[in-house]
Design a protein around this ligand. Structure first.
Ligand SMILES: [Zn+2]
Length: 408
C-alpha cells in the first residue's frame, strides 16, 4: 500500500494552556501522538507498526508504547499482518481500530429520520430509516430518533462502546448545535443538539449536512488526500455545499459558510425557499423533473437508470436547462475557490452522469486561466453510506483528538 497521507489527521488537540495549565509538555506531546496514531488507523484501516512509524515520523519504541496504551484503552487491536502471509516464522501483527468503539449517526430530512451505528474506521454496523409524511418538528424528530435507537439498544449494550452521537441537519447550525434556520424542515432557532443530548444521555454534535458530507468524502471517499475540495449537493432535494480549503472545512462566522445552493443563477427565475429568486437550489431541482418523468419517488439509483434510457423531449430539455445553470454556478465556484476536486452528490451526481462533457467544460474550460489548472470533477463515492459515516465523524472528533479521554 502507499504510505498514509499525513495531512488528514484528526483536528489538532488542545494546547497545554487550554487544559488547565497543570499538564507538562510531555503529556501534551503524548496526547498528540496518541491522536495521530489512532487517527491514522481510523482513516486508513490496518497498518503495521513500521507503517505507523513512517507516517508519524516517530521511532519504533515510541510507536510500540503508543500502540500499547491504545490497546489497553480498548481502542486498537492486533490482527494478523499483511506482511506475514505466506512467510515462514513468527507472524507479524498489524493494528486496526477497534470497530466496537462506535458512534450514533443521526440524519434528519423532510421525509425521513435515519439512525445508524458506526464503528471506528467508518464501519456501518446497523442502520434504521423512519419515513415521515411531513417534516417532523424538532420535538417529534427527537422522539423518532430516540425510539429508533431504542430498537438497537440490546445489540448496542451487548457489543459496543458508544462515545457520542452526531447529527446532520439541512440548514444553518452553529457551533453549539443550535439551528438558526432549516428551510426544508421549517425549523427556526432551535437547540436541537441539546434536545437530543438530553433524551439520549450522550454528547450530541450537530452540523450542516453538506459540510458533513464534505468531511466524510474528504476522509473516506473520493476526496481522500485532497486538500482543496468543493462538495456540492446532498440528497435528491436541496443543494448544500461544503468547502475544504488547505485541508480545513471553511466555517465562516458561526459556522454558516458554504451555502452554495443559494447562489443566484437566474435573477428572474423561480422563487427560492430563502425568499430570493433564481437560486441554484430553486432552478436545479429534482422537483422540476419529477412531474415530467411521470413517476413518483425515484431514489438516486433509480433516477440513474431512468435518465439512462429516457428519450422524452420534455425531460431532455429540462435536464439540459438545469445542466446549463449548474454549469454557470460551477464556473463561478472554481473562480472563487480554486479547488483541486469538485464532488457532486445526490441529484447533482445523477446530472453529472448524463452530462459529464458539459459540466467538465464548465470547470476545465470556462474558468479564468483554466488551461493552467487541473480540476477533477467526480461523483460522490460513498453514496448511501456518506450521510451515515459523516455525522459519526463529528461524534468521533473528541476521541480522536484525545484518545486517553475515553477513560472518562
Ligand atoms: Zn435561495
Amino acid at each position: 500500500m502507499n504510505p498514509p497521507a499525513f495531512e488528514i489527521v484528526a483536528p489538532a488537540p488542545p494546547t497545554a494552556g487550554a487544559v488547565g495549565g497543570l499538564r507538562t509538555t510531555n503529556d501534551v506531546v503524548r496526547q498528540q501522538n496518541l491522536s495521530s496514531v489512532l487517527s491514522l488507523l481510523h482513516l486508513h484501516g490496518a497498518l503495521s507498526r513500521a507503517q505507523l512509524g513512517t507516517a508519524t515520523g516517530l521511532n519504533r519504541s515510541t510507536v510500540t508504547g503508543l500502540v500499547m496504551e491504545l490497546t489497553e484503552l480498548g481502542l486498537v487491536r492486533e490482527i494478523p499482518g499483511a506482511a506475514s502471509t505466506g512467510r515462514v516464522g513468527r507472524p507479524t501483527l498489524d493494528l486496526e481500530p477497534d470497530q466496537r468503539v462506535a458512534a450514533l449517526s443521526v440524519r434528519v430530512e423532510p421525509h425521513a429520520v435515519t439512525v445508524a451505528l458506526v464503528g471506528l474506521g467508518g464501519v456501518v454496523h446497523a442502520r434504521l430509516r423512519h419515513d415521515t409524511a411531513a417534516p417532523p418538528t424538532p420535538r417529534r424528530f427527537v422522539e423518532i430518533a430516540a425510539s429508533s435507537i431504542e430498537v438497537m439498544r440490546a445489540d448496542i449494550d451487548r457489543h459496543y462502546r458508544v462515545v457520542g452521537a452526531g447529527l446532520a441537519v439541512p440548514g444553518l447550525v452553529n457551533a453549539n448545535g443550535s439551528v438558526l434556520i432549516a428551510p426544508p424542515l421549517k425549523w427556526h432557532r432551535d437547540p436541537v443538539a441539546a434536545r437530543l443530548s438530553d433524551e439520549l444521555g450522550l454528547t450530541v454534535t450537530a452540523g450542516n449536512d453538506a459540510s458533513i458530507g464534505a468531511l466524510a468524502e474528504s476522509r473516506f471517499g473520493v476526496g481522500r488526500g485532497v486538500s482543496n475540495l468543493l462538495y456540492i449537493g446532498g440528497a435528491m432535494r436541496g443543494i448544500g455545499g461544503g468547502v475544504i480549503i488547505d485541508g480545513t472545512l471553511l466555517r465562516g462566522t458561526s459556522g454558516y459558510a458554504g451555502e452554495l445552493g443559494h447562489t443566484v443563477v437566474d435573477p428572474r427565475g423561480r422563487r427560492c425557499a430563502c425568499g430570493r429568486s433564481g437560486c441554484l437550489e430553486a432552478e436545479v431541482s429534482y422537483d422540476l423533473l419529477e412531474p415530467l418523468l411521470g413517476r413518483r419517488k425515484l431514489d438516486e439509483d433509480e433516477l440513474d437508470v431512468e435518465l439512462g434510457v429516457v428519450r422524452d423531449a420534455a425531460v431532455m430539455a429540462e435536464v439540459a436547462r438545469q445542466v446549463e445553470l449548474l454549469s454557470i454556478a460551477l464556473t463561478n465556484f472554481v473562480n472563487a475557490f480554486s479547488p483541486e476536486t469538485i464532488v457532486l452528490s445526490g441529484y447533482l451526481g445523477c446530472l453529472l452522469s448524463v452530462s459529464r462533457e458539459r459540466l467538465a467544460d464548465a470547470v476545465r474550460v470556462q474558468p479564468l486561466g483554466a488551461e493552467g489548472r487541473t480540476i477533477r470533477l467526480e461523483r460522490a463515492h460513498l453514496r448511501s453510506r456518506l450521510m451515515l459515516i459523516g455525522p459519526a465523524e463529528l461524534a468521533f472528533a473528541e476521541l480522536l483528538s484525545n484518545p486517553a479521554g475515553i477513560r472518562g
